[in-house]
Structures are given as C-alpha cells and as structure tokens.
Write a protein that binds this ligand. Structure first.
Ligand code: GLN
Length: 445
C-alpha cells in the first residue's frame, strides 16, 4: 500500500504506467500475508511489488503495446513469464509505458504520451522499456519486466541508473510477448541491484514448449553466481565499441570500472569485433523485416481497433492507417521493402550474412575473454525532442543492437554520472553465460 501511495504521488510527473492493477495486487498481498502467518514457505519474489511492460499478456488485463491499435484489447491468457511469476505469488502494480510496439529509444513513440526520467523530468527515460525503468528508478515498483529487441532493457536501465539484464535468446519464453522482431526479442528484468536481477531471472527463466526457440535446459539458481570475485576473469574491451560517437564521460566511467576490475584481479584484454559498426544497419533491416510480418495480424479483424470502411480492403487500410503511429508505419514499409522480390538479396540476405559474420567475430573474441565490456549507450539520457530525424535516433542504438543480433546475454549496470544523470556499462557474456556476467556485475556493485 505504501508503494502504491508513493506511485500515485509521483506518477503525475513520471507517467511510468499505462494501467494499474491494485485490486489483484492487494489480493495477492493478503494471500502472501496469510502464508506467512501460517508459517508456510514463500518464494523470494512473493509479495514484492513489480511492474510489467505493456507488451506482455496478463489474463483479464489490457495489453496495449502503447498503441492505439490495442488500446482496449484485453488479453484472454497469461504469457509464460506471468504464469511463472504467479506461481511465485508476485505482485504487479500495473503495466508500464513503452514506445509503440517497442519501436524506439525514448518512449516518445508511445501513443499515450511519454514517460519521464525521474533523475530529471526534462529528459527521456530511454526506451523502449522506459516506463519499466522509470518505475523502478522512482520506486513506483521494486522491480519490473522489460523486453529487449535492440537494447530496450539495457539502454533505459542505463539512463535511469538501475540494472537491466537481457538474457540469452531462448532462455526466457517469448510466449505471450507481443512480437516485434521474433529472432531478437527477449524478456528480462529491470531492478535496483544485481541480486534482484538474479531473483527475477530465477523466476522467469526456463524451457517452454510453447516457444519453439526456447532452449531446453536445467533450472539454475542464479543467486549462486552472486559472488564478489573476479580473480582470473578475463574482461575483453573491443576498441570498436569506443568509437567517435561515444562521449568522453562514458569512456572515462568505463575506464574507472575496468581499473577497479584490474585491481580486483581481473585481466583486461584488447579484443576486436570489426563489424560492430555494421550492427545498426543490419538491425534496421532485420528488425523491420520481422516486424512487418509480425504486425500483419493487426488488420481490424482479430484484435483491437477497427475503423469503418466501405468494403473490407478499405477497412484494412483505414484501420492500419489510423491505428498505427508514424514510427510503426515507417518500420512496416521498410520491412516490406527489404523483403520484396527485387531487394531481398541486396538487403535482407546481405544483412543475414553480416549477422553471421558478427557472431563469428564475437565467438573469436570470446576465445580471449570471458566477458566483454562496452557502453550501454553513447552517454547519459537526452532531452525530449533532441532527435528530430529517425535515422539519428537509430544510430544511438549502436552499443546495444549487436548483442541481440548474436543472441548473447548482457547486463547493464550503473557506472557513474554526468551532470547528475546516470551512465551505464554493459557486460556481455557468452551464450548462456548469465552467471559470469552476474558475478562480474555483482563484484562491481
Ligand atoms: N531502439 C531500438 C528500436 O527502436 C530497440 C528497441 C527494442 O529493443 N525494443 O528498434
């Protein structure tokens, strides 16, 4: 109730939430209290108030993806992550704001108005999971779930001075996550510290046969990785991640973190990933291509919004023209273009080849190191409206998108400030190397 009251007091400034679910939250809290009173064992997450990005389905609640298209759509089922969290008696205080269909880096693309950065409300909270990050940073929730297709957990975590973990592709089920780019999407936690990230990951990770890309694996306890020790750990620093777009303050903060690791007994090694700079180009071909296919289902027939039309074709056109925002339409057009017969080989196929090359380069680098350190973003958060053209905002994703293209896990942790705004560093691991990056992150904290 205290967190709810605090949320209600600050929400006018932050706008982290699109909807709230206090009745269900209080019912769960009462159930947890009863269990405690009876001396029953409760899980780590039981009764701890969280928030869920509004692109994950909770039965009986709206799931809008911050789009007019789904403004009134109520999910008839639970996403796998929600099913798992319900088993832990989790509490959701509501669904959080985001860029429409997770396309964006600032929440300025939400159809329902942006969220604001709690450190300074003139600044964006990042995106697309900006509401989830702002909610945790402003203590409107203790933890939250976000989704990361090209950085949407890590970049907002960085802008809000909190921890954001994108797990290995396939570690967490995508069943019930509204698809953006299916080969890149991954759900993960945003938390105040690394311990909480491990606790939430424990609850949501695991094989799910309803997601064909889910990895069959043994259940792990990620809390066991929370050991303050990096002796002998090799931390790779690819120079290509520190190119001219990266602000000096970011580099300085990461250098300090690396000096700390060295002092603690880690070995800092130079590695090279020459195709890092192609990451944005490759991502902005593959992600829109997959999005154009995934978003074809929003045609006014099965889900959500429907515009009146004089016949069915006219209804499709009007529904999609009025239901989608500008950025979503841009991605659909881009996606259809790169997949069209005349351009498939020149763009989509070529992008897939560079994606493979990038994976090979990371594999090579991981022969020389256990973890790769990189900026989570070029600098701190930026002011609303700072990027007037879409392309320059796309370029801001340079640090995060390569990780989704190779499917690796990565955790963003706070490493410093510039002008009272937080800076973040990501620690990238090998496939299923969550324990190593959690250990490295925990040691720094
Ligand atoms: N900013 C990137 C985009 O606009 C990444 C978004 C995401 O990870 N969902 O596509």
């Amino acid at each position: 109730k205290k967190i709810m009251a605090h949320r209600d007091a600050v929400e006018g400034d932050i706008h982290a939430y699109l909807s709230t679910s206090d009745k269900a939250a209080l019912e769960t809290a009462a159930r947890v209290d009863e269990k405690i009173a009876k001396g029953e064992k409760i899980s780590d997450l039981a009764g701890i108030p969280g928030a869920i990005k509004d692109n994950m389905c909770i039965k009986g609640e709206t799931c809008t993806a911050a789009s007019k298209m789904l403004e009134h759509w109520v999910s008839p089922y639970d996403a796998t992550v929600i099913e798992k969290l319900k088993k832990e008696d989790f509490i959701s205080l509501g669904k959080t704001n985001m860029d429409e269909f997770a396309m964006g880096s600032s929440t300025e693309r939400s159809a329902f108005g942006p969220s604001r950065n709690p450190w300074n409300t003139d600044y964006v909270p990042g995106g697309s999971s900006g509401g989830s990050a702002a909610a945790v940073a402003a203590t409107e929730a203790i933890w939250s779930l976000g989704s990361d297709t090209g950085g949407s957990i890590r970049q907002p975590a960085s802008f809000n001075g909190i921890v954001g973990l994108k797990p290995t592709y396939g570690l967490v089920s995508r069943y019930g996550l509204l698809a953006f780019a299916s080969s890149l999407d991954q759900i993960g936690p945003l938390t105040k510290d690394v311990t909480d990230a491990a606790i939430v990951l424990n609850a949501i990770a695991g094989h799910d046969e309803r997601d064909s890309t889910s990895i069959p694996q043994e259940k792990k306890d990620y809390r066991k990785a929370l050991v303050r020790d990096v002796k002998g750990m090799r931390i790779g620093v690819p120079k290509e991640f520190f190119g001219k777009g990266i602000k000096p303050e970011t580099k300085e903060a990461i250098d300090k973190a690396l000096a700390f690791y060295e002092k603690e007994g880690a070995e800092i090694v130079d590695v090279s990933i020459p195709h890092i700079n192609s990451g944005v180009s490759v991502y902005y071909i593959i992600a829109p291509a997959e999005a154009s296919s995934n978003l074809a289902r929003y045609d006014g027939v099965s889900y959500g919004f429907r515009a009146e039309g004089k016949d069915i074709i006219d209804m499709y056109i009007k529904t999609r023209s009025q239901g989608f925002g500008e950025e979503v339409k841009r991605r659909i057009m881009l996606g259809n273009y790169v997949l069209s017969a005349g351009y498939y080989d020149a763009y989509y196929l070529k992008a897939l080849k560079v994606r493979t090359l990038l994976k090979q380069e990371f594999d090579e680098a991981f022969k020389k190191c256990d973890v790769i350190a990189a900026p989570s973003a070029s600098g701190t958060s930026f002011k609303f409206g700072a990027f007037s053209d879409p392309l320059s905002l796309y370029m801001e994703d340079i640090c995060t998108v390569p990780v989704n293209l190779i499917g690796a896990p990565s955790i963003s942790i706070p490493v410093g400030f510039k002008d009272d705004l937080p800076l973040g560093m990501q620690l990238i691991g090998r496939t299923l190397g969550e324990e190593t990056i959690l250990q490295a992150a925990y040691t720094f904290e």
